[in-house]
Design a protein around this ligand. Structure first.
Ligand SMILES: Nc1nc2c(c(=O)[nH]1)N[C@H]1C(S)=C(S)[C@@H](COP(=O)(O)OP(=O)(O)OC[C@H]3O[C@@H](n4cnc5c(=O)[nH]c(N)nc54)[C@H](O)[C@@H]3O)O[C@H]1N2
Ligand SMILES: Nc1nc2c(c(=O)[nH]1)N[C@H]1C(S)=C(S)[C@@H](COP(=O)(O)OP(=O)(O)OC[C@H]3O[C@@H](n4cnc5c(=O)[nH]c(N)nc54)[C@H](O)[C@@H]3O)O[C@H]1N2
Ligand code: SF4
Ligand SMILES: [Mo]
Length: 727
């Protein structure tokens, strides 16, 4: 029995893994190989999930033995098909191609796209591989689609970005929780347990244009659901702060002692009195006032039980995502919540290692330890750990959307290595992304299954996944946890650490390239010394003994007790130059795309319980696919009536990018002016073919959540494409 954590989301529910099917022969006497092993998983008690898991967690072991699991390297031949090749041969070939592309076009002609699901060790090593083995500046990752706006806003306002800078169990006793654009009931089901206290107090406020499963949690006096026009959360937040200031509900002492910038922010919300806000966001002025009073009543300054403000992708995946999160932080600061036990602001990190994945250097502008690559001191420090000259480190590269757009263009990268992402399904304006991938001279994809991105690759490398490897993950609370190995990978499958070490050797890269996760962690810890995300007091051995360590956790001096980690950040001061949190004025601009006569509705996107992200993994689990077999469009009955359509009718959704098709689900959970589609599917019903790739000017995060769409009964007989791709 091995203790570990679920492979999917940032809640990282604790589980046990029991290997079964071992032994030397099966019932018919055929010899057993690693491919016959499987594991059974069970929920395990832990502060995050308290023994619970969602359906994805329960069925996660199935992906380990997916019938179409990649088990051999594949190389596209002159016939256009992928053919198996041995590891030595493929690595030689790859090193040759990478070297000749770099020789011809310069090192920046090779780019890297990483993933927030990679362990800390892999995220770290991938950033190092890009900078000193490939010597390219171009590395970014799918976390740009996920956490970039919340990260940018937290860094600017609070001096540090740790999704929840407090333990999740702090929520249990909160008197009120303002949950903006997050559907935890489907995206992190065991999280709902932590909302119980606020619900019992009638204090759960869910802001979502859709009546989500999470909005249902406010029923029966347990809270309120505010249903704004999509893309107008910033106005909701400005109005809430307006009321807090106008009715003298702010925490004056806290503002004076711990923050700066109140005056400008007060001016910026002065014009957002609730009646005016209602004109833009559609939330009744009385509800805005009542919500502001509800939050203030539970705030510490008024002797309440505490308040938490939490943001999710619904407000962050927007061209004004950074501004909206900033407004949420302004509100939290005005109520005196941040850096105070029992209250706080947090962004709900999404991917399994979405937090650690953005700390160790796979972001275009960062080095390990959450250091900035343009900072000379950071470069010196990390270069010394890597054994290279700081002048040899590249500078910042392009963020994900711009990077994908530049592929195969004149002067842009000619080769791309993908590790842990499926952008053909998950990136905005996905048809254009697929075109860019096809324009490359070389697309290399490391994955566990033949994803839609694998289907376009020139070289495919089969790698290990969660239960087949050791490592660490940093969950949504900034808690560092151990991922453990329970089962051997199928024959032919290798660890990415091994792939990078092999390629580094063939490319004559400087530095050392360990393939042992605990050694890579020790190096990561050294590289993080003194950085914002300091892991230097941690090691696999310590994390094996202690599971409640949150960063920063610096190394302690000789003879001193080990640093206990930082479950709650900001209690004393903020890591800003003056130690104060900054209130930053922001204002509402609105989504990049306005509604038009030819596109008169909002298209919003998101998730369903059963599928994870691009669906590459969960579409391969029988029970999950049976529960959600196809894409769908949620349509309000009024709109359905206007369009003359019925439940199950095939719809065409046309945007400025593409037309996607999926069957209608008629439900009053969406607003009559809005349709909703999940993004977990490929082919005709892949909503990202239609989404807008406009980005936030500060974080470069794309506007997945809102665009203008025209909806009509389908004129073609297009049915969603078959669900599996074979390579
Ligand atoms: N089942 C499942 N769970 C997951 C994942 C998954 O793919 N599937 N992925 C994981 C990852 S990486 C992430 S990032 C998290 C995401 O977790 P969430 O942020 O909870 O997920 P979403 O469904 O993308 O978006 C949340 C809500 O935003 C709403 N929304 C859309 N537009 C707007 C708007 O303009 N304003 C507001 N206020 N809300 C809006 C949608 O209606 C939706 O209910 O989930 C994690 N957990
Ligand atoms: N319209 C719309 N689009 C969205 C969103 C939205 O809300 N709406 N949300 C965005 C968000 S928040 C996110 S996080 C992205 C995520 O989008 P993707 O990057 O597409 O995420 P996944 O489907 O998790 O892709 C991970 C891939 O890595 C593989 N994999 C798993 N483990 C490993 C490993 O250890 N190594 C390697 N090399 N591969 C591995 C999986 O099989 C899978 O193919 O989608 C974004 N796209
Ligand atoms: S909530 Fe997230 S971590 Fe927990 S079982 Fe479900 S997918 Fe896994
Ligand atoms: Mo995400």
């Amino acid at each position: 029995m091995v203790d570990s954590h679920c492979p999917y989301c940032a809640l990282q529910c604790a589980m046990t893994m029991e290997p079964v099917g071992l032994g030397t022969a099966d019932l018919e006497g055929r010899p057993r190989t690693a491919s016959h092993q499987r594991i059974e998983v069970e929920g395990r008690d832990f502060p995050t999930n308290r023994g619970g898991m969602c359906r994805k967690g329960w069925t996660s072991a199935e992906v380990l033995r997916a019938p179409d699991r990649l088990t051999t390297p594949l190389v596209r031949g002159s016939d256009g098909e992928l053919h198996p090749m041995g590891w030595d041969e493929v690595l030689d070939l790859l090193a040759d191609r990478l070297r000749s592309i770099a020789a011809e076009h310069g090192p920046d002609a090779v780019a890297v796209f990483g993933g927030g699901g990679l362990t800390n060790e892999k995220a770290y090593q991938l950033g190092k591989f890009a900078r000193i083995a490939l010597r390219t500046k171009h590395i970014d990752y799918n976390g740009r689609f996920c956490m970039a706006s919340a990260a940018a806003a937290s860094n600017r306002s609070l001096g540090m970005d740790r999704g929840m800078p407090f333990p999740i169990t702090d929520l249990d006793t909160s008197g009120a929780i303002l949950l903006l654009g997050s559907n935890v009931a489907e995206t992190m089901p065991p999280f709902v347990g932590h909302l119980a206290g606020a619900r019992a107090a009638g204090g759960l406020v869910v802001v979502d244009p859709r009546r989500s499963a999470t909005a249902d949690l406010t029923d029966d006096g347990q809270g309120v659901h505010l249903q704004p026009v999509p893309g107008t959360d910033l106005v909701v937040l400005q109005a809430l702060l307006h009321v807090v200031l106008a009715e003298s509900l702010a925490d004056e002492a806290y503002l004076a002692e711990r923050t700066s910038g109140l005056d400008n922010v007060a001016r910026s919300v002065a014009a957002w009195w609730p009646e005016r806000a209602e004109q833009v966001c559609g939330v009744p002025a009385d509800d805005l006032r009542a919500t502001a009073r509800l939050l203030a009543a539970a705030s510490p300054a008024r002797g309440g039980a505490g308040v938490h403000v939490l943001t999710g992708r619904g407000v962050e995946q927007s061209t004004q995502g950074t501004a909206t999160v900033t407004a949420a932080i302004n509100l939290a600061l005005a109520l005196g919540l941040v850096g105070r036990e029992g209250s706080g602001y947090g962004a709900l990190t999404g991917q399994g290692n979405g937090q650690g994945g953005r700390e160790h250097g796979q972001k275009a502008d960062q080095l390990p330890g959450y250091r900035m690559i343009a900072d000379p001191a950071a470069r010196e420090h990390v270069a010394a750990v890597w054994g290279v000259d700081a002048d040899d480190l590249p500078g910042p590269g392009l963020p994900a959307v711009e990077l994908l757009r530049s592929l195969g263009t004149p002067g842009g990268p000619r080769a791309l290595l993908v590790h842990g992402a499926n952008p053909v399904v998950s990136a905005p304006r996905a048809d254009a992304v697929a075109d860019r991938l096809r324009a490359l001279d070389l697309l290399v994809v490391c994955d566990v299954v033949p994803s839609e991105t694998v289907a376009l690759a020139d070289v495919v490398l089969p790698v290990t996944q969660w239960a087949e490897e050791e490592g660490t993950m940093t969950n949504l609370e900034g808690r560092i946890i151990r991922r453990r190995k329970a089962i051997d990978p199928p024959d032919g499958v290798v660890s990415e650490l091994w792939v990078w070490a092999q390629l580094a050797a063939r490319l004559d890269a400087p530095g050392t390239w360990s393939t042992v996760p605990s050694e890579v962690f020790d190096e990561l810890a050294r590289a993080s010394v003194g950085g914002r995300a300091d892991y230097s007091g941690l090691s696999h051995a310590r994390l094996d003994r202690e599971s409640d360590l949150h960063w920063p956790c610096p190394a302690s001096g000789e003879g001193e007790a080990p640093h206990p980690g930082t479950p709650r950040a900001f209690l004393e001061d903020f890591p800003t130059p003056d130690g104060r949190a900054r209130l930053v004025p922001v204002d509402h601009v609105g989504p990049a795309e306005d509604l038009r006569r030819d596109a008169p509705l909002f298209l919003i996107t998101g998730r369903v319980l059963e599928h994870y992200q691009s669906g590459a993994q969960t579409r391969r689990v029988a029970a999950l696919l049976a529960a959600q077999p196809t894409p769908f469009v949620e349509v309000h009955p009024l709109l359905a009536h206007r369009l003359g359509i019925e439940e199950g009718d095939q719809l065409d959704l046309r945007t400025a990018r593409a037309t996607v098709s999926a069957p209608a689900r008629i439900t009053d959970r969406v607003r009559p002016d809005t349709v909703f589609m999940p993004f977990h599917f490929a082919g005709a019903g892949s909503v990202n073919r239609a989404t807008n790739d406009a980005v936030d000017p500060i974080s470069s995060m794309p506007e997945f959540k809102v665009c203008a769409v025209d909806v009509a009964a389908s004129t073609t007989d297009l049915v969603p494409e078959p669900l599996e791709v074979s390579a």
